[in-house]
Design a protein around this ligand. Structure first.
Ligand code: TXA
Ligand code: MG
Length: 322
C-alpha cells in the first residue's frame, strides 16, 4: 500500500491502474453513481484489502461489477428471466441485482451470504478497467465505513488518502447516489436499497408488485441506520422551521427552497428542487460543509413523495438519531 495516493487519468494511466488491480491492490474509480473502491473480486486477499482500507466489517458484502450480461452466469446461478429483463433494460446503469451465487464465489465478497450482487456500471473508466484487468471488480463506495459517499476524486481522498493504491480522476459522478439494489431471487422482486431506478419503473417493467424491504430484515447490512455520516452533527429542518430559524455563523444549511434571507454564503447551499439534480449534488454539498468545522449542518426536509423516496432514505441516514 502506498503512503500517498497517486491520482491517475484515463486513458493514459489505464495500464498503471490495471497493474495495481493485477497486483491485488485497490483503486478508487468513478461509476456513474458514486466512486467505487475496486479490487479483483476473484482474489480473496485483494478483496480483504478493500475491507481494510475502508475499515468496513467483513460481514458487509460487496457488489461485483462486471462488463457484460454474459458474465452474470460466471458469478450467479439459477438466474431468473426477470433478472435478464432488468439487466437488458438498465445495464450499464444504476441497478444492482441480488442473485444466488455460484459456489466458487468467495465468502469474503459475499460476507458469507449465499447470494451475490452484480452490476454493470455506466462509466467508461470503470468498464475499461474491468476489461483490461479481465476480472470482475468488487467495489463498495470509496469512502471510509459510515462516512459520506464520494462523488469526485477529492471526496475519495478525504477519507482514503494513503490507504489505497490510486484514485482515477474521472470527474464528477453524474447520478450522485448509490444504485438501486433489487433482490430477484424470490417470486416477488424486492428493493433492498432504494436508488435512482424507482419502484414504479420496476413494477412497470416486471408487470408485478415490487416490495420494499426495510432494514429490519438486515438483508443489506449496509442499511444500518446512520450509514452515511459526516463528522459534523446533522439535523433536519421542516420548511416552516427553516423560515423561522435564525442561523448563527457556525451553522450550515442545505436548502431546497429558495433562501430569502441573507446567506452565510460559504455555509449555505441551495440545491435544485428536482430529485435528479438534488441527488447529483447532495453528497457533494455534505462534503463541502463537513470540511468547514461547523457546529451543525441543517438539511431542509424533502417532499414526502415517491420521486424523493431514495433521497429521503439517504437523508434519514445522515441525520443524527434522537
Ligand atoms: O452505486 C453503487 O451501488 C456503488 C457503486 C460503487 O457501484 N456501490 C455501493 O456499494 O454503494 P456499497 O458496498 O457501499 O453498498 C452496497 C450494499 C451494501 O449495503 C451491502 O451490504 C449490499 O449492497 N450487498 C452487497 N452484496 C450483498 C449480498 N450478497 N447480500 C445482501 N446485501 C448485499
Ligand atoms: Mg457505501
Amino acid at each position: 500500500m502506498q503512503p500517498t495516493t497517486p491520482i491517475l487519468h484515463f486513458p493514459n494511466d489505464l495500464a498503471q491502474a490495471t497493474a495495481f488491480i493485477k497486483a491485488g491492490e485497490c483503486v478508487a474509480i468513478k461509476t456513474e453513481t458514486v466512486y467505487g473502491l475496486a479490487a479483483d473480486a476473484s482474489n480473496e486477499d485483494a478483496v480483504r484489502s478493500i475491507f481494510k482500507a475502508k475499515a468496513r466489517p467483513a460481514t458487509n458484502p460487496l457488489i461485483v461489477h462486471i462488463a457484460s450480461i454474459a458474465d452474470m452466469k460466471k458469478w450467479a446461478r439459477d438466474i431468473p428471466s426477470k433478472a435478464y429483463l432488468l439487466a437488458e433494460k438498465y445495464w450499464p446503469g444504476p441497478l444492482s441485482l441480488l442473485l444466488k451465487k455460484q459456489p466458487w464465489v468467495s465468502d469474503t465478497v459475499t460476507g458469507g451470504q449465499d447470494t451475490v450482487v452484480l452490476r454493470i456500471p455506466a462509466s467508461n473508466d470503470f468498464l475499461s478497467l474491468i476489461k483490461a484487468a479481465g476480472v470482475g471488480l468488487a467495489a463498495p463506495s470509496a469512502n471510509k465505513y459510515k462516512f459520506i459517499s464520494p462523488t469526485c476524486a477529492a471526496h475519495v481522498l478525504t477519507s482514503l488518502h494513503g490507504r489505497i493504491a490510486a484514485v482515477v480522476d474521472g470527474g464528477r459522478a453524474e447520478v450522485g447516489i448509490e444504485s438501486t439494489i433489487v433482490d430477484v431471487t424470490g417470486e416477488a422482486p424486492c428493493i433492498l436499497r432504494p436508488g435512482p431506478i424507482d419502484r414504479d419503473s420496476l413494477k412497470h417493467d416486471l408487470q408485478t408488485e415490487v416490495t420494499f424491504k426495510n432494514n429490519e430484515g438486515l438483508t443489506v447490512p449496509g442499511s444500518v441506520l446512520q450509514h452515511y455520516q459526516p463528522n459534523t452533527l446533522v439535523k433536519m429542518l421542516s420548511q416552516n422551521a427553516l423560515v423561522q430559524k435564525r442561523f448563527t455563523k457556525g451553522e450550515g444549511l442545505i436548502a431546497l427552497s429558495p433562501c430569502t434571507w441573507p446567506l452565510e454564503k460559504r455555509n449555505h447551499i441551495q440545491l435544485s428542487s428536482t430529485p435528479k439534480e438534488y441527488g447529483r449534488d447532495f453528497y457533494d454539498a455534505l462534503h463541502q460543509l463537513d470540511k468547514q468545522g461547523l457546529s451543525c449542518i441543517y438539511i431542509e426536509a424533502l417532499p414526502n413523495t415517491d420521486s424523493w423516496f431514495a433521497l429521503n432514505n439517504r437523508l434519514s441516514r445522515v441525520v443524527a438519531l434522537g
